[in-house]
Design a protein around this ligand. Structure first.
Ligand SMILES: *[C@@H]1O[C@H](CO)[C@@H](O)[C@H](O)[C@H]1NC(C)=O
Ligand SMILES: *[C@@H]1O[C@H](CO)[C@@H](O)[C@H](O)[C@H]1NC(C)=O
Ligand SMILES: *[C@@H]1O[C@H](CO)[C@@H](O)[C@H](O)[C@H]1NC(C)=O
Ligand SMILES: *[C@@H]1O[C@H](CO)[C@@H](O)[C@H](O)[C@H]1NC(C)=O
Ligand SMILES: *[C@@H]1O[C@H](CO)[C@@H](O)[C@H](O)[C@H]1NC(C)=O
Ligand SMILES: *[C@@H]1O[C@H](CO)[C@@H](O)[C@H](O)[C@H]1NC(C)=O
Ligand SMILES: *[C@@H]1O[C@H](CO)[C@@H](O)[C@H](O)[C@H]1NC(C)=O
Ligand SMILES: *[C@@H]1O[C@H](CO)[C@@H](O)[C@H](O)[C@H]1NC(C)=O
Ligand SMILES: *[C@@H]1O[C@H](CO)[C@@H](O)[C@H](O)[C@H]1NC(C)=O
Length: 767
């Protein structure tokens, strides 16, 4: 009885609304086509495929979109070239008698098909892939291999040179017209590869710069922009694919990358099914346009005019150049020696030289010399010098030796990051006076006495304990020529290797990469600071070494590497029980207390994060990486007008947005660190209209709802002290308040950690 009443009720509803507002199906089979009234949804209701009508048009298409994110963004279109009429109510997407999935109009004429046979079902997966399967369940066709203008996480963008299959993004013609537009996005066939936006299929419009196995050189900070970008390059198979994945960033659970009909490549994120927000886009400024300054020109967006010639070059046409028409580019002022003496087989060594140009997106048309070992910087230079067609070289971390023999084009100068390029010039164009080639072997005292008098002559420096470490070139080989197997990790400014001193003591050597942006300033900074600071929760420096471009810092060796390998490396994660985590929190607080209050000079670290917390054999934390640290006097806040450096996700709002730092910005980073240690979740958050999202918002919500313990890393199970967890969480939240004055000082925190006092301070939520 009850059953029939229900059925009647549903019948009633169905007859009230046209069927298109109701029906969801989970697959298409030969007997079950997808009709106008229906949508095909993925098992988890994440994606939806159906008919749509772009606004202001009389056209209808079959498209795919995220089901619960509004306004809708269609990420894939089936019949992009052949629209149906919006009035065509009888069109359907079906598996025809020939086993081909096809879209037919009201007259049963095919307007689009997958062009395969033997299909038995079609369905949408929760990652957004629309797949057609045969009766055995094997994939016959997938939309991920037939992409439109959008790239979804885990989709592959690239090519298979053996089979000739290519997967590119192609823009829509306009916002309301999905047919193929003029922009194309894909990977180049160069080694290492670059990502390109081409216009009219072949003309470069924008270029990413070479891939260095972690990011594209021309997109510094890409890590946060495209989550976990990766290029799979299988030379045996002849395949090369770019992909990215969306790490679970708190509530941010959906993302796509799209090429717009205007040629802008942008990344979009959505948090908890809310409207899309822009995370990053290129080209962004006039310098991003391919070849903006012509041949041998360098583009710097922050300068006016944006273009200048490389040193040793002059505008091809001064007249055009002064009219700000830079397309003509620049020409060499003095011919190269090797060009003037083409017949001479003698080496032109000493007669041509190289000028170092820093912080660049290196030019297009690089050639890779894989035969040169990764650490043979000198060989790269010699190789280039010995061949007159070589116009420039660069030795890039994680890649090795790149040389250029075509005219240099599309060079962009960054304010920080980027790579150094060595441009070949006639000797007379190089600065007079040979660079002083010295192997500087310094004891810490030696370095101190030179630098102190120059840089900080006003300060009195405590004599440091005498530690004579002679790092001869030979002992450096004890890092095994910076063999990758000895790599311990990646510090803020370069890789850290394990090494051994001749007497057998294990050390960690940080090799400051020339690309890192850690210039001589930062190097001196770290050296000076370190040698003056001594605390059991700070890493101890043992010496340093400067040789030409090579700058090395030697630390005590930490067998347990850094905190992030424990937090974010799956295998080791279980080792971190609560007692260890609490000990780490307390240790970091003590280290910070020392920096802020108890040391001889007051130091703001500015880059506190898990990868900068090293762990000794007993898992005691030691703060490291002082490259960005600053000494401040009294209690003032400093406005850092030059550059905001640090790591997104750990920077306080006032520092990230306005460059103001004080001890309270370290307190903020400490708060993020504490919340990460408790939860084992990364706060790789992003800023959107001044608002910080992600882990912090998540923790706030839990706290406000009295569910603080839900934040605790699930691997801990029940084995933790709830009072300690809640105390740490409370401290963490106090530290990450938007308003710096509301945050406690590190002295307050140390007190709270070591006692039961914490209830007296209330949280003032700053948003
Ligand atoms: C369909 O596939 C056949 C054979 O695989 C091929 O010859 C034909 O060009 C394809 N048609 C389209 C429209 O792709
Ligand atoms: C389709 O299936 C038939 C019989 O199962 C088989 O003979 C044929 O090769 C299949 N065609 C394709 C293109 O796989
Ligand atoms: C899609 O492309 C990938 C990479 O080329 C390939 O491995 C896969 O088999 C393709 N899928 C189908 C159904 O053809
Ligand atoms: C692309 O091609 C169209 C038509 O052929 C032309 O009008 C347009 O100027 C081209 N754009 C570029 C940037 O080359
Ligand atoms: C993201 O989260 C929201 C709310 O929790 C959910 O409705 C949506 O389906 C999720 N989206 C994806 C792509 O998982
Ligand atoms: C959604 O976001 C887009 C782009 O950020 C914006 O243009 C649009 O107005 C937003 N729509 C709503 C309904 O918030
Ligand atoms: C810019 O200069 C180039 C040659 O240097 C010339 O061919 C071109 O016409 C100029 N463009 C404009 C807009 O003046
Ligand atoms: C350079 O070599 C070519 C042939 O190899 C010769 O004809 C020419 O005279 C030589 N020039 C000089 C300056 O030696
Ligand atoms: C010099 O460089 C060019 C371009 O890379 C290359 O084609 C040529 O083989 C090189 N010549 C020698 C002698 O290595």
């Amino acid at each position: 009885m009850e059953f029939s009443i229900h059925s009647l009720f549903f019948l009633f509803i169905f007859s009230l609304f046209p069927s298109q507002y109701c029906a969801q199906v989970y697959n298409i089979t030969p007997s079950k086509p997808l009709t106008q009234g229906q949508t095909l949804v993925s098992p988890g209701q994440v994606f939806e495929l159906g008919f749509f009508n772009p606004k202001n048009t009389a056209n209808k298409y079959v498209g795919l979109w995220h089901k619960s994110i509004f306004p809708r963004k269609v990420v894939w279109v089936a019949n992009r070239e052949n629209p149906l009429a919006v009035t065509d109510k009888l069109a359907s997407l079906r598996i025809g008698s020939n086993g081909n999935l096809e879209l037919v109009d009201g007259k049963q004429t095919s307007v689009w098909s997958t062009n395969i046979s033997n299909s038995s079902s079609a369905l949408v997966l929760d990652n957004g892939n629309f797949v057609v399967k045969n009766v055995m369940g094997a994939d016959l066709w997938e939309s991920f291999n037939n992409s439109g203008d959008s790239l979804l996480p885990s989709m592959l963008l690239g090519f298979d040179s053996d089979s000739g299959k290519r997967n590119f993004l192609t823009s829509w013609k306009s916002e309301d017209d999905p047919s193929t537009g003029i922009f194309l996005v894909g990977l180049s066939a160069q080694t290492p590869s670059q990502m390109f936006i081409w216009v009219n299929r072949s003309t470069p419009h924008w270029r990413s710069g070479p891939w260095n196995k972690a990011q594209f050189i021309g997109i510094p900070n890409m890590d946060s922009q495209y989550q976990n970008p990766n290029i799979l390059d299988d030379q045996k198979q002849g395949t090369r694919y770019f992909s990215y994945s969306l790490e679970s960033l708190g509530e941010t659970n959906a993302s796509y990358i799209v090429i717009s009909s205007e040629g802008i490549l942008s990344t979009w994120l959505s948090e908890s099914g809310k409207n899309w927000s822009l995370d990053g886009d290129r080209p962004k400024n006039p310098c991003d346009n391919y070849g903006a300054c012509g041949l041998f020109g360098v583009c710097k967006a922050s300068e006016s005019p944006i273009c200048k010639c490389l040193k040793g070059f002059k505008p091809k046409s001064n007249e055009e150049w002064s009219k700000r028409n830079w397309t003509g580019g620049c020409v060499r002022q003095t011919n190269l020696f090797c060009e003037r003496h083409t017949n001479k087989s003698v080496s032109s060594k000493g007669l041509d030289g190289f000028l170092k140009v820093e912080r660049l997106k290196v030019p297009d048309f690089h050639e890779y010399l894989p035969s040169l070992a990764q650490d043979k910087y000198e060989d790269c230079k010699i190789q280039c010098l010995s061949n007159c067609s070589c116009l420039a070289y660069a030795f890039v971390n994680n890649i090795g030796c790149l040389v250029w023999s075509k005219d240099l084009i599309d060079i962009l100068e960054f304010p920080s990051a980027g790579e150094d390029l060595y441009v070949r010039l006639a000797h007379s164009e190089l600065d007079e006076g040979k660079p002083i080639k010295l192997i500087v072997i310094l004891t810490a005292i030696g370095l101190m006495s030179i630098l102190v008098s120059i840089v900080f002559s006003m300060h009195r420096w405590r004599a440091i304990q005498k530690r004579h470490i002679k790092l001869t070139t030979r002992s450096l080989e004890s890092t095994d020529g910076f063999n990758i197997t000895n790599k311990l990790g990646q510090g803020g400014f370069g890789p850290v290797y394990k090494g051994m001193l001749p007497e057998g003591k294990e050390i960690a050597v940080k090799r400051l990469s020339s690309s890192s942006g850690q210039g001589v300033e930062e190097f001196k900074n770290e050296m000076l600071l370190f040698s003056n600071l001594q605390h059991k929760n700070l890493v101890r420096i043992m010496g340093c070494c400067v040789k030409e471009d090579e700058k090395l810092l030697v630390y005590e060796f930490m067998p347990n590497k850094s905190l992030d390998t424990f937090l974010y490396g799956q295998t080791k994660r279980a080792v971190l029980d609560w007692a260890t985590r609490f000990n780490i929190i307390q240790g970091v607080a003590r280290g910070l207390l020392y920096l802020h209050h108890d040391s001889y000079v007051k130091v703001i670290h500015r880059d506190l994060k898990p990868s900068n917390i090293l762990l000794d054999e007993k898992m005691n934390p030691k703060i490291s990486d002082f490259g960005l640290a600053r000494i401040v006097e009294g209690t003032q806040s400093l406005e850092n007008t030059q550059k905001v450096v640090g790591t997104r996700g750990y920077m306080s709002p006032e520092y990230a947005l306005r460059g103001i730092f004080s001890e309270k910005s370290d307190v903020y980073s400490f708060g993020v660190l504490v919340l990460e240690i408790i939860s084992n979740k990364k706060n790789t958050s992003f800023y959107l209209y001044d608002q910080q999202l992600g882990l912090l918002a998540y923790a706030w919500n839990l706290w406000n709802e009295d569910r603080g313990l839900n934040l605790v890393d699930e691997v801990l199970g029940d084995s933790y002290s709830s009072s300690e967890v809640l105390k740490c969480m409370h401290i963490g939240l106090l530290c990450v308040q938007d308003n710096a004055v509301d945050r406690p000082t590190i002295a307050d925190i140390a007190l709270m950690l070591s006692s039961d006092i914490d209830a007296s301070i209330t949280i003032i939520e700053g948003r």
